[in-house]
Design a protein around this ligand. Sequence first.
Ligand SMILES: NC(=O)c1ccc[n+]([C@@H]2O[C@H](COP(=O)([O-])OP(=O)(O)OC[C@H]3O[C@@H](n4cnc5c(N)ncnc54)[C@H](O)[C@@H]3O)[C@@H](O)[C@H]2O)c1
Length: 266
Amino acid sequence: MKRFKNKVIVITGAASGIGEATTRRLVKEGGKVIIADYSKDKADKLAEELTREGADVKAVYFSAAHLESCRDLIDFTKEAYNRIDVVVNNVGGTNLQLDQNIETLDIDYFDEAFHINLRCALYLTQLAIPIMESQGGGNVVNIASIGGITADFRGTYYGIAKAGVIGLTKYTATQMGKKNIRCNAVAPGLILTPAALSNLPEDMRKLFIKHNSLPYLGEPEDIAATIAFLASDDARYITGQTIVADGGLTIHNPTVADITEKFIRS
Ligand SMILES: NC(=O)c1ccc[n+]([C@@H]2O[C@H](COP(=O)([O-])OP(=O)(O)OC[C@H]3O[C@@H](n4cnc5c(N)ncnc54)[C@H](O)[C@@H]3O)[C@@H](O)[C@H]2O)c1
């Protein structure tokens, strides 16, 4: 399947985790990918590997915390390829030391958390729109989180900024639809990226498996496949949607696993 032949794709946070899996997937399907990441070493390494295999990719230093870096990324892509078919706004995350619950969170962390998770995606989209419009259309895929749909015991900024990403997706899709620009989002549940694997103790992972409907946790490739679908012409009639890819964690009454364990199986 070469759904991205001759397509130019910008992916932020592309050097590892979900971004890396998406880079590999879209390259495999013929796409030309700009690997944008603040870990330039990792981005270079990935670009070298994929280039050796015949891919057309470029690694670029990109810091989601700076608007200037967003401008540089879009300028670089325009100069290199003179088009942008897809933007994958993948960068996101939070500092859980500062982003606690509403009683204890650090109010001074607000701007940074919202900048990285929301403002950067909004600005990159705004910058890419004129280029997409001039070429007759384009496509944006935002990476949200189930934290933007259901609340958690901490990560308050992260969750409400990701809720903003879901809103941004609908606004972009509504306002840009007539320009043939689609915009959708993916809301992953727990995905076993290197970061998640190193931060999440075994006991916590077991809890997620217990409450997932499916008997396993997600891999970065699962999200990459969903992004590839949304960014491809297979999804040409889908816009403004958020696809939840969480193994069924959030589809049910939260007591299901406990009641099944205590009252049904015993
Ligand atoms: N992993 C999960 O369980 C999970 C769940 C829900 C949502 N998400 C979302 O998916 C996206 C990707 O998550 P992940 O777990 O693959 O990420 P990750 O933490 O593994 O990071 C991916 C890449 O982004 C780069 N990066 C991080 N911050 C950056 C910044 N400020 N500027 C530039 N590059 C930066 C890192 O160097 C890394 O290469 C994020 O938006 C995250 O919120 C992840």
